[in-house]
Ligand binder design. Structure first.
Ligand code: BGC
Length: 379
């Protein structure tokens, strides 16, 4: 046998083994298009069950996929990065056909995503963009910058500086406010904070709003893992350090309902609440039932409603497109650069909920029942 023949033989063996890998390996790769849904598994990795929104997301995605006949492997990672990495590793080795991932830390899954790409498993980044990897195939989320604008606007409305229709309100200020942001490892955090700060900026510049603690940088106001207790502690510290001279906090920018409840508890423990010393407006996000009740009771000012049913629907639509060897339809191909590439995205709109539109936004749409809003519990 001459050298050329051997080289050709080697090439053929390599080609054959590559073909075998891409055809029947984990994920089944390229040929899912002609398989029955019941033979396909969609793996869904969610960050935590401590926040109601992710439970709602997980349930909605699972239900919609199962209704179409797919098998679903839904896992929660307890807000622990190694747990999520391990769960995703396992989903890949167990042969998932599509991965839907809401990351805890947006930068921590690069090697898992490489393994997914090697096994030809499409990856859909769910609500939180996975960063620093070329192997993110699609992103489904809300317009996260607009969430921040909505939060900043709600704070201005709560203070009476703006009316709900956007016109100038009758209040004059100056008002003392404090700022809170989400977890720095979540790509959304910057979008929320920038949207809110761009909205508040003119009022900060002309002195209508004053951040009395002077903590205005994202790094100073961030809340690791979006934890309620961490936010409560920071609000307590702010009250001690910056408001022990009798001045009052007049408003608080909060990026998420759990954080809002921590802030409100700290304020209540410090004597805010009675008519003579009212609670300042505190914003929020996610329309978690406990916060919707607080809004209904006049305790929390507002929240930003993101309909998890619609997000789940988009994730399912994208997953099905990949399974049929098609590209999902994006409505934004510019905004979400993950550090390596711009990820094609489908972004959904959001709605601010105050006490007076709870019924229209949340009850009439079937998201909650009146009884749930009144009790503050989903069960
Ligand atoms: C989500 C928010 C949520 C937050 C905390 C963010 O990535 O977009 O809806 O409030 O995480 O869970």
């Amino acid at each position: 046998m001459n050298r050329r023949f051997l080289a050709a033989l080697g090439g053929a063996v390599l080609a054959l083994s590559l073909a075998a890998c891409s055809g029947e390996g984990a994920g089944g790769g390229s040929s899912t298009g002609d398989k029955k849904p019941s033979s396909l598994t969609i793996a869904v990795s969610m960050p935590t069950q401590t926040s109601e929104r992710w439970i709602a997301d997980g349930n909605a995605v699972k239900q919609k996929l199962q209704a179409k006949g797919y098998k679903v492997d839904l896992q929660y990672a307890n807000d622990d990065i190694p747990t999520q990495s391990q769960q995703v590793d396992q989903m890949i080795t167990q042969g998932a056909d599509v991965l839907i991932i809401a990351a805890i830390d947006g930068t921590a899954l690069s090697s898992q995503l490489q393994a997914a790409a090697d096994a030809k498993i499409p990856v859909i980044s769910y609500d939180r963009l996975i960063r620093d990897s070329k192997n993110v195939d699609f992103y489904v989320s809300f317009d996260n910058y607009k969430v921040g604008v909505a939060q900043g606007t709600a704070l201005l409305v709560g203070l009476g500086l703006l009316n709900k229709d956007g016109s100038k309100g009758s209040a004059k200020g100056p008002f003392n406010i404090e700022l809170f942001a989400g977890s720095l490892d979540d790509n959304n955090t910057r979008y929320f904070f920038n949207g809110a700060m761009d909205t508040l900026k003119p009022f900060l510049t002309d002195g209508t709003l004053v951040v009395k603690s002077r903590q205005t940088k994202l790094e100073q106001v961030a809340t690791l893992r979006w934890q309620q207790e961490t936010a409560q502690k920071r609000m307590e510290d702010l009250l001690t350090s910056s408001y022990n001279d009798g001045t009052k906090v007049n408003g608080v920018l909060s990026p998420y309902d759990g954080i809002s409840r921590g802030i409100i508890t700290a304020l209540q423990n410090a004597g805010y609440g009675p008519a003579a010393n009212p609670l300042p407006p505190v914003t929020g996000q996610d329309a978690e039932i406990a916060s919707v009740k607080l809004i209904n009771d006049g305790v929390q000012n507002s929240t930003v409603f993101k309909d998890t049913r619609l997000l789940a629907e988009q994730a399912v639509t994208a997953a099905e497109a990949f399974l049929q060897d098609k590209e999902p339809t994006a409505n934004d191909t510019e905004t979400y650069d993950n550090g390596v590439k711009v990820v094609p995205s489908y972004l959904l709109p959001v709605e601010t909920v105050y006490k007076d539109n709870i019924k229209q936004a949340l009850i009439d749409s079937g998201y909650y029942t009146e009884a749930q809003v009144a009790s503050g519990q989903v069960k």
